[in-house]
Design a protein around this ligand. Structure first.
Ligand SMILES: NC(=O)c1ccc[n+]([C@@H]2O[C@H](COP(=O)([O-])OP(=O)(O)OC[C@H]3O[C@@H](n4cnc5c(N)ncnc54)[C@H](OP(=O)(O)O)[C@@H]3O)[C@@H](O)[C@H]2O)c1
Length: 231
């Protein structure tokens, strides 16, 4: 049984991965900003025979991340998944019309958030067996992607990519695996119904890919189906 910590597990891909990992017999620490409002996650916890527990963590606030670490103590974590994300909408992140407060919020949650979480929980990951740190990025962060969708979102994810490759380089002499995953274009609240993939199916594919990650994947950018993402 693996210990898995997931951020932003109240809904969307985070919720689906938390539920499915628990159904597969793993021990899941599902974290979210507002546990009382996370009804689907509560149901998954109730059905999990104690394998899924819910913990408060707002990745945008260091105090909240630290409080979650205090709650979990020295529990080893085999797989840490930085999933929490926000998208402030296309209209307010163009060259002509930039909402700078939203840009700061997206950077805080999707670039600094994973950094905070890793900084705080690295001792737990080092104590785990798998030592996997998976961060959900996006295809729009890649230079190889042929059109820009939102400056705030794309730059937050591109910054995340660089931070993760830098951590992989800095800690290259350890057995840690820093993986970047584009989870697919998925029909969640973030992407809407125009997207390609159903959340449950996409989560299953991402889980299968996460399970297969090896040391050689550290610093690499993969897709939900396991393929290398060009960047
Ligand atoms: N869906 C796609 O097509 C797609 C494509 C590429 C990448 N991604 C990435 O995949 C990840 C999951 O996205 P999704 O599609 O599942 O989005 P989603 O349905 O909008 O879910 C986002 C999750 O992040 C949580 N969150 C937001 N701010 C947070 C914070 N400060 N602290 C903790 N949790 C926070 C939300 O919690 P609340 O309920 O509290 O708001 C929610 O659980 C994101 O990183 C996203 O950028 C998604």
């Amino acid at each position: 049984m693996k210990n898995i910590l997931i951020t932003g597990a109240s809904r969307g891909l985070g919720y689906q991965m938390a539920r499915q990992f628990a159904e597969q017999g793993e021990r899941v620490f599902a974290t979210c900003r507002n546990p009382d409002g996370a009804k689907a996650l509560q149901e998954a916890a109730a059905a999990s025979d104690g394998r899924l527990t819910i913990h408060r963590m707002d990745v945008g606030e260091m105090e909240s991340v630290s409080a979650c670490r205090e709650e979990l103590g020295d529990t080893p974590i085999d797989i840490l998944i930085n999933n929490a994300g926000v998208f402030g909408g296309l209209a307010t992140q163009t060259f002509q019309n930039m909402d700078y407060d939203n840009w700061a919020r997206e950077l805080n949650i999707m670039l600094m958030g994973p950094f905070r979480v890793i900084q705080t929980f690295l001792p737990n990951v080092r104590a785990g067996n798998d030592k996997k740190i998976v961060s959900l990025t996006s295809q729009v962060s890649a230079h190889a992607y042929d059109h820009l969708i939102g400056y705030s979102y794309a730059t937050a994810k591109a910054g995340l990519n660089r931070a993760m490759t830098a951590l992989a380089q800095e800690m290259a002499d350890e057995d840690l695996i820093f993986s970047l995953l584009h989870p697919g274009w998925v029909k969640t609240e973030m992407a809407g119904d125009v997207a390609d993939l159903e959340p449950a199916a996409a989560a299953a594919d991402n889980i299968a890919t996460i399970r297969k990650l090896t040391r050689e994947d550290s610093g690499k950018f993969r897709k939900w189906d396991g393929g290398i993402h060009p960047w």
